[in-house]
Design a binder for this molecule. Structure first.
Ligand code: C5P
Length: 231
């Protein structure tokens, strides 16, 4: 039996910069990318489209099991995401969708329905896995586990900038409130709460530039994994 492909797990709260770091690492190493938050967002969006109440665990889990979603990597490393054959990139990134995702993500049957789908992304030459429970639940045997933090204020600012750049409507004050609500739900839920794995490397990025975060991650990758990509 062949050995499993290596995984770098990147976890942390909303708006901390995981997505940017993960995309950069995936391009730098030529590895695959799992945006696990997108799977929860897609589940929420599909449930809303099918008029399934977000707290109806059985119905939402059935939606997650049958999710017709596709991820394709663009030349710039960004992801093109489709639901039922139609691109949903912009709709998926709204804070409303993030909030709906965090509601369905608290349901154990939904998490169970998405578990194997996430693990199936683990293929050669390696996987960068972006989420909340990559290092604790989905890939507990990951070769490297990174956990990013930043103050809630800084994360609201970053998310605001990101949404504005995408042409999405964003109000800093309401964003800060929504992020706080999402943080509380994600870290207090009974199943797979947001927390660093015992063996995770933790970095507070509040005062750092993204280039510093990327350099930190790459240095740890080079220390822990013997990769021809880094020679
Ligand atoms: O990372 P993103 O903002 O896209 O995630 C949306 C929501 O999906 C999070 O607030 C969280 O509740 C949920 N999520 C999760 N586990 C993951 C990734 C995301 O519970 N691995």
């Amino acid at each position: 039996m062949s050995a499993l492909a290596p995984v770098i797990a990147v976890d942390g709260p909303s708006g901390v910069g995981k997505g940017t770091l993960c995309q950069w690492l995936a391009v730098r190493l030529g590895w695959r990318l799992l945006d696990s938050g997108a799977l929860y967002r897609l589940t929420a969006l599909a449930a809303l489209r099918r008029n399934a109440p977000l707290e109806d665990e059985d119905r939402v889990a059935a939606v997650a099991t049958r999710l017709e979603a596709e991820f394709t990597v663009r030349a710039d490393g960004g992801l093109r995401i489709t639901l039922d054959g139609t691109e949903v990139g912009v709709e998926l990134r709204t804070e409303q969708c993030g909030n709906a995702a965090s509601r369905v993500a608290a349901l154990p049957a939904v998490r169970a329905a998405l578990l194997q789908r996430q693990r199936d992304f683990r293929r050669a030459p390696g996987l960068i896995a972006d989420g909340r429970d990559m290092g604790t639940m989905v890939f507990p045997d990951a070769e490297l586990k990174l956990f990013l933090t930043a103050s809630a204020e800084e994360r609201a600012q970053r998310r605001h900038k990101q949404l504005s750049q995408q042409g999405l409507d964003a109000n800093l004050k309401s964003l800060a409130g929504e992020i706080a609500e999402r943080d509380a739900r994600d870290s207090q839920r009974a199943i797979a709460p947001l927390r660093p794995a015992a063996d995770a490397e933790i970095l507070d990025t509040t005062r750092l530039k993204i280039a510093d975060v990327c350099a930190w991650a790459l240095a740890l990758t080079a220390q822990r994994l013997t990769l021809p990509e880094l020679r």
